[in-house]
Write a protein that binds this ligand. Structure first.
Ligand code: FAD
Length: 320
């Protein structure tokens, strides 16, 4: 059976959820071969094997930590040469997209970014994308070389599927180019204790209706009751009520969670562009005519300062 390369996103050996989702998709088009690099890469093999990786190509060379993305491109290019895969799947993070674009150039093929699915059509891998604020679904095929596809988080479920997960050392030759940008320091971001916005299964967002930075505590309390990430509309971000990193939309982050709860958000097209592919959408808005109600699965017409705390309380009661 044809093999598919999956680039592993991990932190010191702890595999991040989007990679496990990629393994689910990879199994639809071939046998997954994972490529794990950097400190702790060897420690990823058992989890990857449990989720369908037949082989795990590992390199723990120090270059991956000392320099920016190019060593990872060197590793994937080496893996492409060893495996001759039908496709290379990479998580759609900012770094993933840079690695994918550089890899496609390196191996003389094409890249498709932000796919939501992959399929085999007439023996070739086709990437499925959701375009124009999810109004259209497109299917694209790379016309030459090995397709390199980045896939958005939450595009597929994590499905355990036992496979060998056989560890093999990956020989990587680092080019002069890969030593071009050295990492001189690292600072851990202060953790909110909440999941990463683009990876979260549930996102609770607030907009202009939240009416002040201090009022975001209401949104955060609901998010915490659900184990969710917090998002914000651009209006809320521009007003300085919430950090830009939390902005959802065309000029913010794209999220595709199982559940998206929008509070005090009108549903402008630029906001929808970043959340419309969410599986279940709930809106709380005091204006029954707000456009967000056109796309919701469940809508509550009401004042968020009355509705959201009651919802939070009810969830906490049922959890207790
Ligand atoms: P509003 O449109 O002002 O809506 C606030 C809503 O809150 C209203 O519907 C109101 O009824 C409701 N409300 C008020 N008080 C309460 C209450 N107490 N309880 C319940 N409901 C209440 N926007 C984004 O979000 N993300 C983007 O990435 C983005 N990119 C953009 C890019 C460009 C090029 C442009 C031109 C715009 C972009 N925008 C983006 C801005 C977008 O057009 C809207 O202006 C913005 O999304 C509006 O945010 P909002 O829904 O929070 O505010």
């Amino acid at each position: 059976m044809a093999e598919v390369l999956v680039f592993v996103d991990h932190v010191d050996g702890a595999v991040r959820k989007p990679t496990l989702e990629l393994l689910t998709l990879a199994r639809r088009v071939g046998e997954p071969v994972a490529v794990a690099v950097g400190a702790g890469a060897g420690g990823t093999a058992s989890v990857l094997g449990e989720h369908g990786a037949v082989r795990v190509l590992v390199s723990e060379a120090p270059e991956f930590g000392e320099f920016l993305v190019v060593p990872k491109v060197d590793a994937l290019a080496a893996a492409v040469a060893v495996v001759s895969p039908v496709a290379v799947l990479v998580p759609s993070s900012a770094e993933g997209k840079e690695v994918a674009a550089r890899l496609a150039l390196r191996v003389g093929s094409g890249v498709v970014t932000d796919a939501v699915d992959v399929e085999v059509v007439d023996g070739g891998v086709v990437a499925v994308q959701s375009a124009f604020a999810a109004s259209f679904t497109t299917r694209s095929r790379v016309s030459r070389g090995v397709p390199v596809v980045t896939v958005k988080p939450n595009s597929a479920p994590v499905e355990p599927s036992a496979a060998a997960g056989a560890v093999e050392a990956l020989e990587v030759g680092f080019s002069e180019l890969s030593r071009g940008v050295r990492v001189v320091s690292r600072a851990a971001r202060e953790s909110t204790g909440r999941p990463e916005l683009t990876e979260a299964a549930i996102v609770v967002s607030g907009g202009r209706g939240v009416n002040g930075a201090e009022n975001f505590a209401v949104i955060e309390a609901l998010a915490d009751s659900l184990g969710a990430a917090v998002g914000a509309s651009r209006a809320a971000v521009d007003a300085g009520w919430y950090p830009h990193a939390s902005q959802v939309g065309q000029t913010g982050k794209s999220v595709s969670p199982q559940l998206y709860i929008a509070s005090g958000i009108s549903g402008a097209i630029q906001h929808r562009a970043g959340m419309q592919t969410s599986k279940t959408i709930v809106a709380i808005n005091k204006d029954a005519e707000a456009p967000i109600f056109d796309l919701v699965d469940y809508g509550v017409v009401g004042d968020l300062f009355q509705v959201v705390p009651q919802l939070t309380e009810e969830i906490n009661t049922r959890k207790g």
